[in-house]
Design a protein around this ligand. Structure first.
Ligand code: PGA
Length: 258
């Protein structure tokens, strides 16, 4: 089986101005050791207005944290008021771009087709897509987790090449666990991440499924990270609330020491 280096990502959502962002990054860098970074890839996803400031701090202080974004448009340029093109992010040395986060799907009407176009555009701009997927509580209770995730993955990845999928990241985030303080049990999270991997195998092949990194997201905290991260099909975490505290985010990254 392929060895997959875990990726722990901090999704700051619509929080922190660029001054606050710089402070958080500096505090976080004091809390992390070389061993942490050797063991785990780390990315942070500030709001667009903070990205240039965060890039400057990461590069000036040689902080080995990857820069990420929370979204982008799929077009290269043009009359798309308020949107950001992938190449603009690549120019700021952004490595990872989240697409299809449930908040964007639910609040901004992002569809699987849009997610699909974004994955292709992010890849074309030589960045790595973190594609988010996940079910609502109603879907879980109705026994529709598998059919829902299969649709999200099949449509979201349509026409995306196997080698792109092998090197990208899929974030499984049950919507009922996001920002609610309710985390899926490690067993439930493992079962569903395994299902995601199996779906990738069915859509592509075993090598691709073995290589893709699958994150769990939804109220991950320092206390829950170790057990979640010890599951065989969980290769990382997409963390919202706890990523806004340098201490909590560092403790999540240091899950293996706890
Ligand atoms: P949360 O957010 O950790 O605050 O639940 C996770 C996410 O939405 O990515």
């Amino acid at each position: 089986m392929a060895t997959r280096k875990p990726l722990i990502s901090g999704n700051w959502k619509m929080n922190l101005n660029h001054f606050e962002a710089i402070q958080l990054v500096q505090k976080l860098s004091y809390g992390l050791t070389k061993d942490d970074i050797d063991a785990v890839d780390v990315s942070i996803h500030p709001p667009f207005t903070d990205i240039r400031s965060v890039q400057t701090v990461l590069e000036a202080d040689k902080i080995p944290i990857a820069l990420g974004a929370q979204n982008c448009h799929w077009e290269v340029k043009g009359a798309f008021t308020g949107e950001i093109a992938p190449s603009m992010l690549a120019k700021l040395n952004v490595t990872y771009v989240i697409c299809g986060h449930s908040e964007r799907r639910e609040l901004m009407g992002e569809t699987n087709e849009m997610v699909n176009k974004k994955i292709k555009a992010i890849t074309k701009a030589e960045m790595t897509a973190i594609m988010a997927c996940g079910e609502t509580l109603e879907q879980r209770e109705a026994g529709e987790v598998e059919s829902h995730l299969t649709t999200q993955l099949t449509e979201g990845l349509a026409g995306v090449k196997a080698d792109t999928v092998a090197s990208m990241v899929i974030a499984y985030e049950p919507i009922w666990a996001i920002g609610t303080g309710v985390t899926a049990t490690p067993e439930d999270a493992q079962d569903t991440c395994k299902l995601v991997r199996k779906t990738v195998e069915d859509l592509y092949n075993k090598a691709t499924a073995d290589s893709v990194r699958i994150q769990y997201g939804g109220s991950v905290k320092p206390g829950t990270a170790p057990e979640l991260m010890s599951q065989p099909d969980i290769d990382g975490a997409l963390i919202g609330g706890a990523a806004l505290s340098a201490e909590d985010f560092a403790h999540c990254i240091q899950y293996r020491l706890r």
